[in-house]
Design a protein around this ligand. Structure first.
Ligand code: K7E
Ligand code: CUA
Ligand code: CA
Length: 648
């Protein structure tokens, strides 16, 4: 097994090191990319030889670096929000330690909290007519949080589900998922980004919309028509209201979308597209040398929606505007502009100085820097060609995917095929592109292990990028951890970016596969650790309110927990009853969680301090069933039970 991280700095900076990458899993893609991708970049646009070799070995000797290791009892200085991937959850890590603190279930049932078991969680997740869950699988990729004044405001986070095109909102006061919306007529909802302010109302300096890009193009509506006419397939770019979580509008677009980015002035949302060809096999999707990054003029779209210049698709009532190229020929009235970007671009990210969006080329070894002021000029009719908004297109390395920022003018782009992060200076890249071939834009390269996808830095996606820590999500771990059978953990690597050179300081294994994450300062969040009982209309506010309430065959059992007892201590129901158990945890002490499990009835959930949850089931088995506390809460935790007697 090759040990890529043992390369000397000189070898790291040498592009020929690619020859040593013998990763079978990527050989196919590497081959495809090398043959078609490299040709897109002509010889004289080679990077200015990266960092000077002489300085590489002992550069930054004066820079001591930061220590990611916490002593027992020490707290992390950042929160990390990680998407869970196929586990469908939203994970919370402490950073820089990388310790996983919490998983917030969203799209997929979770046995710890009873997500998908309780009535409240099922109502959020969505059920079929028979009361069972509509979906039990998911694929989360991207998570982003709400903004105010260009920084995180700690209200909400959102996460996408690619499989079933759902968006979940997480309340950051309690770290719970409170709403899920399914986007109509969309398949493969992938990129997601909240706006950062309103494009026209100066009083609204915070997030009110979330934009959702769609990856797959399908017949619209997808009801059996146009099955064999891929030229008619389209995808939709959607806008979801941050508060109501309703879909405000959708826009027909050409191409398949990957990521979404939004500007700090609220005027633009962008999504990069890799299949402007409209191909339906991968060969077709990579036949063109350039694809696009689509820029949405948000104010214009909302005007068009207001003016009723919309249609609807299928049974959906959501207004749909037309953002295809053909429908938007005149910049002065265009809802969208398509900036040309090489080839099957992956990732679009906003620089913290609010000036640029950067797309990575994926099948081209390039990064493309697009100046937002020029895009706006094009919409105003002051720039004749929107591609003139491209102020740099420079070679970075093989398989560039995602980019993070340090707030000091540097970008950090993952190179999937090279298994590297390349640190490059955006201003130098712009000078290089403008003709100054002495401009050295590559600052440093760091080998990571292996095949990195997303990358993010502390506060990177805000105006307050602080350039301290960078995390990189590596898709392959290979030999980095103890072997545990065929399924490998992924490697999240932590990099100290406080100095000129990047320093790899820790590996964290993560359960596959998180894709994306954000890292932000802990003082921007004020989580509550005890619920407000008034949030729960069903709350059993006092032990005296507990008891069995019968209405024909419908039985409500109201239970209160107060360590170490449930009230009532026992209750009787009959076979054939439809039973709803409502449980309130009356304990007010922080960290005092109770569980409630009913053997053989498939019921288990927890109630946190002052929280209320309910479950409904059919009493179909006679006998004695000890409802017991599953969460160690007290010296008498084992004794904390209630006897459920089901009479035949
Ligand atoms: Cu953001 Cu993996 Cu969904 Cu790139 S995608 S890696
Ligand atoms: Cu209550 Cu354990
Ligand atoms: Ca393409």
């Amino acid at each position: 097994m090759s040990r890529e991280h043992n390369k000397t700095p000189e070898e790291q900076l040498d592009p020929s090191r690619r020859r040593f990458l013998n990763t079978a899993a990527v050989a196919g893609l590497a081959g495809a990319s090398m043959s078609v991708g490299l040709s897109a970049c002509n010889q004289d646009s080679k990077p200015a030889s990266a960092a000077p070799a002489a300085a590489a070995g002992h550069a930054d000797a004066a820079h001591e670096g930061q220590n990611p290791h916490l002593k027992p009892g020490e707290l992390d200085t950042y929160y990390g929000f990680w998407s869970g991937g196929h586990t469908g959850d939203f994970r919370v890590l402490g950073m820089p330690s990388g310790r996983e603190l919490h998983r917030v279930p969203c799209f997929v049932p979770d046995a710890l909290v009873g997500w998908g078991i309780t009535n409240e969680s099922k109502a959020v997740m969505g059920t079929k007519a028979d009361g069972s869950l509509k979906y039990t699988v998911a694929d989360t990729h991207h998570t982003h949080a709400s903004y105010k004044d260009g920084n995180y405001d700690g209200r909400y986070a959102w996460i996408n589900d690619k499989i079933n095109s759902r968006i979940a909102r997480i309340r950051l006061d309690y770290f719970i998922c409170d709403k899920i919306t399914e986007l109509p007529n969309v398949q493969g909802f992938h990129g997601i980004f909240p706006d950062k302010r309103d494009p026209v109302d100066p009083a609204i300096n915070y997030t009110t919309r979330v934009f959702c890009g769609a990856e797959f193009h399908v017949p619209l509506p997808n009801d059996g028509r146009d099955l064999e006419s891929p030229e008619k397939y389209r995808s939709l770019f959607s806008c979801v209201d941050a508060e109501t979580m309703e879909v405000r509008w959708q826009m027909l677009i050409d191409g398949n979308c990957d990521l979404v980015a939004t500007s700090y002035d609220g005027k633009l949302a962008a999504t990069n597209q890799y299949n402007t060809e409209g191909g339906y096999h991968y060969e077709g999707m990579m036949s063109a040398e350039r694809d696009a990054c689509l820029f949405v003029n948000i104010a214009r779209v909302e005007e068009a929606v207001k003016a009723g210049k919309t249609t609807t698709i299928g049974t959906s009532k959501v207004p749909v505007v037309d953002g295809t190229r053909a429908a938007n020929p005149d910049p002065k009235s265009a809802l969208v502009g398509y900036v040309s970007v090489p080839k099957n671009p992956h990732g679009v990210n906003a620089t913290p100085d609010a000036k640029y969006f950067i797309c990575a080329g994926k099948l081209s070894p390039t990064g493309t820097v697009i100046e937002l002021a020029k895009v706006l000029d094009w919409f105003d009719g002051k720039l004749d060609d929107i591609d003139k908004a491209i102020v740099a297109e420079v070679e970075l390395g093989l398989g560039p995917l995602h980019t993070a920022f340090d707030g000091r003018g540097n970008a950090y782009t993952t190179l999937f095929l090279d298994s590297q992060i390349v640190k490059w200076n955006v201003d130098a890249a712009i000078r290089f592109h403008a003709g100054d071939k002495s401009a050295q834009y590559v600052v440093d390269r760091l080998d990571v292990t292996y095949q990195p996808g997303h990358v993010n830095a502390s506060q990177s996606e805000t105006r307050f990028a602080d350039g301290k820590w960078l995390a990189v999500g590596c898709k392959f771990s290979k030999d980095r951890f103890l072997p545990v059978g065929p399924l490998h953990a992924e490697t999240e690597q932590l990099v100290d970016i406080s100095g000129e050179k990047m320093k790899l300081v820790a590996d964290h294994p993560v359960r596959p596969e998180p894709h994306d994450f954000i890292i932000f300062k802990r003082d921007l969040l004020r989580p509550k650790q005890v619920y407000d009982m008034n949030e729960f209309p069903l709350a059993v506010k006092d032990q005296k309110e507990a008891g069995v309430f019968r209405d024909g065959k419908k039985v409500t059992v109201r239970i209160a927990s107060l360590a170490p007892a449930f009230e009532p201590r026992e209750f009787k129901i009959k076979v054939g009853d439809e039973v709803t158990i409502i449980l309130t945890n009356l304990d007010k002490v922080e960290d005092l969680t109770h569980g409630f499990a009913i053997p053989k009835y498939n019921v288990n959930f927890i109630v946190n301090p002052q929280e209320t949850k309910s479950v409904t089931f059919k009493a179909d088995k006679p006998g004695v069933f000890w409802c017991y506390c599953t969460h160690f809460c007290h010296a008498l935790h084992l004794e904390m039970r209630s006897r459920m007697i089901v009479e035949a």
